[in-house]
Each structure stands twice: as C-alpha cells, then as structure tokens.
Design a protein around this ligand. Sequence first.
Ligand code: P53
Length: 479
Amino acid sequence: MTVTKGFPEGFLWGGATAANQCEGAYNVDGRGLANVDVVPIGPDRFPIIAGKKKMFDFEEGYFYPAQDSIDMYHHFKEDIALFAEMGFKTYRLSIAWSRIFPKGDELEPNEKGLQFYEDVFKECRKYGIEPLVTITHFDCPMHLITEYGGWRNRKMLEFYERLCRVLFTRYKGLVTYWLTFNEINMILHAPFMGAGLYFEEGENEEEVKYQAAHHELVASAIATKLAHEIDPENKVGCMLAAGQYYPHTAHPRDYWEALKEDRENYFFIDVQSRGEYPNYAKKKWEKLGIEVSMTEEDRSLLKEHTVDFISFSYYSSRVASGNPEVREKTEGNIFASIKNPYLEASEWGWQIDPLGLRITLNAIWDRYQKPMFIVENGLGAIDIPDENGYVVDDYRIDYLRQHIAAMRDAIVEDGVELLGYTTWGCIDLVSAGTGEMKKRYGFIYVDRDNDGKGSLKRSKKKSFDWYKQVIASNGADLD
Ligand code: P53
C-alpha cells in the first residue's frame, strides 16, 4: 500500500491497559481494596457495575478476576520489553489509586505503591516509550465508597487533589501526558464502576449521577491546574467513550434523537474543554427537576482550567431512533444502542464501523478544535492458540488495519489534529464489561482462562509482527 502523505512525524503509536484489568496483586505491598476488585464475573456483574446490586466486599461463591488478572505487577519488565520490541512510542496505563492511598483519605501516600509506578515509568523510558497515564480508570478505594459514598460526596475533591499532587510531584520529568478520568461519560451507564455510586431505594438516581459528575469535572479541572503549576511541560487530557450517533432513518425525529444522545456524551467534554455547562444541560436538569449544587469557585475552576487535548475510546458508532417501535438493541455492552442494519458485529455483538472512526474524529475536531488522542480501539475476540501459544488473528489485523486507514484519512484528507493511537488491551487482559479473559484484544497472548487457570505465559500473536511493521513504517505499511 502506498500513501502520498501519511501520519505526522512523532505520531505516538502504542497500546493501552488499565491497572485493575492487568496488574493483579490486589493485596500486595499495602494496596487497599477498590471497587474494581469486588466486581465478579457472571450474571451479577452488570447490576453491580450499575450500582443496582450491592457488593462492597468479596463474597462466597463468586470469582473475582481482577484479584490476580494477568499479574502484570510481577511481569511488567517482560511485558514492557515486548511492547518495546513492537516499537511502541507510547504506553497508556493507569494508576491503581489504592496502591498510592490504600484507603483514599490518608494524608501520607504508600511508598511501595509509588515506587512500583516509578519502576514502571523508568522501564518505559529505558526504551524511549512515553508513558500516557490515566489517573483513574474506573478505580476508587472501597473505603471512600463505604465511608463517603464515592463521588456523590464533595470530600472526594480533596482526596483526588491529594492523589494528583503526589503523582505530579513524584513523577515530574518521568510523565508528561495525563488523563484525569477514563471514559468520564461512563458514570451515566456504569455508575459504581465509574464513580463508586451505589443507589439506595427511592433515590433520584439521575440527580446523584450528575452531582457526582460535577465533582469529577471539578476534580479534573483541579488536576489540570495542579499539573500545569507543578510542571508547565505537563499535558492533561479528558477521556470520552466516543462513537458518533447516527439517526436510524432520515426521519427528522431520528436525527433529533441522535443529536440528543450525542449531547449526553459530549456534555462532559463540553465542560472539560470549553469550561462551562452547556445550556442544553441546564435545561435538561430543569426539566427533570435535577439540582446540582456547585459553588462560584467550582465555576471559575472549570472556566480557567480546561484540558490541553481530547482523548477518547472508539469501538463502534451508535444508532438512535425517535420511533418507540424501533427497539432492536446491540448486545454485550453496558452502553448498548439500536442495531445498525448495515454493520457486521464482533462475537460480543459490538458493531464494526471503521468509517465511523473518521466521522467521530471529524465531529470531535469540529466541536473543540483541540488535538485529539485515540487511546482505545480494538477487537475483543476469541483466540485459539497453537501448542506454542501462537494465534493467527487475521480478524484482529483486519479490524485494526481498517481503523488505522480511517484515522489516516481523517488526518490526511480532512486535516484533523491527532497526537497518537493506542490500541486497547495490547496484551490480553480482563474485560471490563464482562470480566472475561476469553474476550481478548492483545498482540500478546496470555495463558489464562475465565476461571483464572493458566500458566500466565506470554506469547506473540500474528498481529504482533503486523503492528510492529505498522509502527516501523509510521502507518504507511498496513498490509
Ligand atoms: P470490554 C463499554 C463500552 C465502551 C467502552 O471493553 C467500554 C465499555 C465497558 O465494557 O469500556 C472501555 O473490556 C474501557 C476499558 C474496557 C474497554 O472499553 O468490556 O475503558 O476498560 O476494557 C473494552 O471489552
């Protein structure tokens, strides 16, 4: 494949993981219990993640895959060496808050937790890999939930600020790219995972969610302020679970519905990037009788400390309909939408739409005109390894090839500004949505199954060499 003009020089190719989905070692070196530890695999997972079923500790009869996960805590040198072999320019990872502050409200951090991430960042730097750090990826110390109710409580601002100050100070010079909250809009769909929210009977759930969202948005502004104060080199981004909505038909009411759905997602980024609550949100709250308490100081923090760049995950576009009779939904996703009849789907029912990535990139660019970063994209699939752990994952190569081509078109043909691209789960890890190990995204296979059995041995898939060549050619060679 030849391209006349391709990816910009210095484009940050890499892969992404999240602490709770790969580290394991949930109780090692002083780490405290977190919400992400107590979400089991199985049918209760969705209601727990959604804050509908209470699970505040490990219970008999359940399996909790995050406890050990792929034990990257003890394998990080081997894993980062493999990322380096693929030529990664960047590696996105997240901090487990409860390694740094085991309960969350302590005044002094846990040195062993801090040392762990310092070792990880130094290992990345050794290979010239730029760390891209998510401060919180669906991650909240359990004590902050049992004692304070999670992000519904304003006290969280103080705890989060303390965490950020410690991170920015300790890792100054080692880390410059930061993301404040993973998929901040997920708070509306998975509030226990996104914000440590559990709902009591009869509560106004929407009001609690938007109040918690306000706290996260202010916390994000405080983090941005601090990051810039501590090191002017720091660049802070927000993070959206993206995927543009299409109207189901050309009927105006379908278009109107799609616009409203998009606004529900962009609401968060409108605040983080433009610095104020949009009128449509204020009107929506008014209509629903939602009162979000906020101070003048909150408003000025939001206004003055907007993000430097916009990052997002993209797995699929979505569909909206204003016709109540159109109800056929996509499967396997806490963030389900109406089914798009024009698209194929993965084994988990996630619809595949590479052009949708180009559309989403353009929509975000048109809305904010800030540099973007695609920090998650990929195909969750069942892999069948041979006796050496080798997987011929042509389906994954195909998915990534098409999405990278769409991204190139957005840059080359449309002129969007994109800093980099990190594929999700560059090494196989635990699925956030389902808790399965079987839903794999990696270039690197890990021998572990849904029940936690396996040697944890790492091996390269076919896509490993393919992605290596993509990076080496700076995206010119996708064959
Ligand atoms: P899994 C749903 C919809 C969009 C993004 O998801 C989502 C989810 C959660 O299922 O989450 C992001 O593992 C998230 C990652 C997650 C990844 O997508 O369910 O940031 O933590 O692993 C893929 O296949």
